[in-house]
Structures are given as C-alpha cells and as structure tokens.
Ligand binder design. Structure first.
Ligand code: SAM
Ligand code: SF4
Ligand code: SF4
Length: 371
C-alpha cells in the first residue's frame, strides 16, 4: 500500500564521540565513606544531564550559529532510560554521593521527568539521610510542572535568569522568551513550596547593569540569586577572558548599594561564595569559576544523557557507562568501574587555566554536560 511513498525519517545521531576505556583493574581509593581521587577529593555530588534538547538558544551556551533549527540532537534510543539513570544513581549514593542535580539541555523537556524525580527522591545515604535533590531549569515549563515536581519530592530548584530587562534577557535567550514569564515561574515555584535559587551568568558589556536590579528584585523574598562568571565551557560560545566580570566586582556593586558581609561555607566543595545583607534581607552568592577557581575542592561528577561520566566540566572525553549498562554488567562490576574512574581522576582545568596552562582541546558543550 505504501509503495513509492517516502516516509520521512528524522535524522538520528549515533555516538561518534570517543570514549575513555573503563579501567578494569586497579586500586579503588575510599575514605570516610566516599571514593577519593588522586588529589584526595571525595565524590559527593552527581549532576545528571537528562537531555541535550533546549527551547532556548542562550548565546553563551547554544548559539544559533552552532545550534541551528535543524541541529541533530540525540535520538531517544541514545538516551539513558530512567531505570539506567536510577541504577547509576543508586550506586553513587551508596558510595558517598549526597547531592544530585538534574540538568540538561532543558530538563523539563524530558517527558515524564517527574517520575525520575520521584524515584531519586527516595534515595538515602548509607547513614539514612535523604539525598539533596535539585534541578536547574530555564523556567519556561516550570509553571506547568512545579506542582508535580514538588509532589514527586523535589525540594529545590535553580532557575536561570540573566536579566530582568526584557531586551537584555531576550538577547541572551535569543528566542524572544520574556523575563516576565521566568519571574512568574519563580514566584509560582516558591508558592508551590520549592526553595528557589536564581542563576545569573554575568557577561561584560551585556548585563552588569542587571546585577543590582536582580539583587533588589529578590532581596527579602527568600529567593537566592547567584552570579556566575561567564565560562569557557564547550567550543561554541567564542568565550573571551575580557568578557568575564570578576565576582569581586559583582560583590562591590551590590555592597555599594546595601551593606553586606561574607557567610561561612556550609558544605565543603560548595561552588558559591555566600554573602548576606546585614539588614537581614537575605543572601546572594557568587560563583568565581574563572577568577578564583575551586578545583581543589571539586567533588562533582557529571553523567551525560547518553551515559558518559565526565570528571570535569571542561573535559573532552567521558567514560562510556552506557555500554556497560546495556551489556548486562553486574552491580559489582558497575560499582567497581565507577570507583576506579573516580580514583584515577586528576582533573583541575580552571586551576590550569589560571596558570596559563589549560590544555588546548575540544570540550564537550554545556547543553550536553549540563553545567
Ligand atoms: N537549561 C537549564 C538552565 O538554563 O537552567 C539547565 C542547563 S544550563 C547548561 C545550566 C546552567 O549553566 C545555567 O544556569 C546556565 O546559565 C549556565 N551556563 C550555561 N553556559 C554557561 C557559560 N558559558 N558560563 C557560565 N554559565 C553557563
Ligand atoms: Fe538552554 Fe540552559 Fe543552555 Fe540556555 S543555558 S541554551 S536554557 S541549556
Ligand atoms: Fe571541577 Fe573541573 Fe571546574 Fe575544576 S574546572 S572546579 S575540576 S569541574
């Protein structure tokens, strides 16, 4: 019946990225219930990028020139299933992971994500403590999803918002998405009972003027803004050092307006330096990944949507866990492989960048590794 009819086939992308070999033997270093890498850093934090798709084209992450309308994202069959993600997460939590963050691409574009949240929210550390489960989102689907996420057990969410000024914000996301809608989503998420943080990437000459405006908008609301130095993640954004606004400048701008004081770190390996308003109106954070790197306490591993483990945000190659998962490996084999991968880690890209010694290489893109 269909003879002669051309059935359109969506182009499917198969993995072409090289992968690092999974170490099959060797020491697994462990201390205080967590795997330790070569620099003695414990593994406590897992970031899972659940999709490489996104409905925004932020210029610093997925610029349109590199991520055009016909860009070939990964096919569904390439993505880890929720069961596979859960299996890796269970092993991670048994071995020291205390925090899991879902990210992407845009994580809320992954169908049924609240089901994954519900399963991850059940995970407990060996000491019986529930894991700290969070999500980073651009907020565009949050009004639709916040209640289901809260019901599934999500406690907190980070919403990205680089400007309140519509022209500047829409210039960032490059798809004409209004800042007003993201602000609405933030308010809605908070009403739902989620704790909310806001991520603002600061780019010189573009949104420094928005720093105080964002601080002012969230002072006294319980929402914590975090100002992030623009980073050289991936190869698509054409990053230049002179586009970075150092975090100390962010703090001075806010301190010129309201008295502030530094806060102590609550957890080792925390990326943000925290500041509070002395009048009790809340706090904000700065993430100085470029000017004051925190490689020495970096305790994060990243799991991509296609099942690669990356030991650094600026890595170019990951370990192919998916082949193990789909090849019928046992729990013990997977656990040992994970432990050995972390034990062998010595990544410290930002430290090397600061020394002018960062390796020249193709890095994985931000929408793929998830921030
Ligand atoms: N799509 C979601 C979002 O935008 O929140 C989650 C994924 S996004 C890759 C995670 C975070 O990385 C966002 O807060 C985003 O602003 C940040 N980000 C992306 N590219 C960046 C860059 N080049 N430098 C600093 N932060 C960046
Ligand atoms: Fe999408 Fe987030 Fe990247 Fe923006 S930062 S393009 S919202 S993945
Ligand atoms: Fe961690 Fe790599 Fe960032 Fe250093 S550069 S803090 S090792 S992710």
């Amino acid at each position: 019946m269909n003879e002669g009819r051309v059935v359109p086939v969506r182009p499917v992308r198969v993995i072409t990225r090289p992968a690092l070999p999974i170490p099959q033997a060797g020491e697994i270093r462990r201390e205080g219930g967590a795997w330790r890498d070569r620099l003695g850093r414990p593994l406590t934090d897992l970031r899972i990028s659940v999709t490489d798709h996104c409905n925004f084209r932020c210029r610093y992450c997925m610029p349109k020139e590199k991520f055009a309308k016909n860009h070939q994202f990964l096919a569904m069959t390439e993505l880890l299933t929720f069961e596979e993600i859960l299996r890796v997460s269970r092993i991670a939590v048994r071995n020291g992971i205390e925090k899991i963050r879902l990210t992407g691409g845009e994580p809320l574009l992954r169908k049924g994500i609240e089901g994954l949240v519900a399963d991850l929210a059940q995970l407990k550390t060996p000491a019986g403590k529930p894991i700290d489960l969070a999500m980073t989102t651009n907020g565009s689907l949050l009004v639709r999803k916040a209640e289901a996420l809260k019901a599934a057990g999500l406690k907190r969410v980070t919403v990205s918002l680089d400007a309140i000024d519509e022209e500047i914000f829409q210039g960032f996301n490059d798809v004409g998405y209004p800042a007003a809608k993201v602000l609405e989503a933030i308010d809605f998420a908070q009403k739902t009972g989620l704790k909310v943080k806001v991520n603002t990437v600061v780019k010189k000459g573009v949104n420094e003027g928005e720093i105080v405006r964002i601080a002012e908008r969230f002072r006294g609301t319980g929402v914590i803004p975090r100002f992030i130095e623009y980073m050289d993640v991936g190869n698509a954004n054409g990053w230049r050092m002179d586009e970075v606004v150092p975090s100390r400048e962010v703090v001075s701008r806010i301190a010129e307006r309201w008295p502030v004081e530094p806060m102590a770190h609550t957890t080792p390996g925390e990326t943000a330096s925290r500041w509070r308003y002395t009048d009790g109106s809340g706090e904000f954070g700065v993430i100085s990944s470029v000017t004051q790197n925190f490689c020495r306490t970096c305790s994060r591993v990243r799991l991509s949507m296609e099942g690669r483990l990356y030991l650094c945000l600026f890595a170019s190659i990951g370990y192919d866990i998916r082949t193990m998962l789909r090849g019928g490996c046992t729990e013990k084999e997977l656990e040992d492989a994970f432990g050995r991968i972390w034990t062998n880690r010595e990544d410290r890209y930002s430290e090397l960048r600061a020394l002018g010694a960062a390796p020249e290489r193709d890095k994985v893109e931000m929408n793929y590794i998830g921030g």
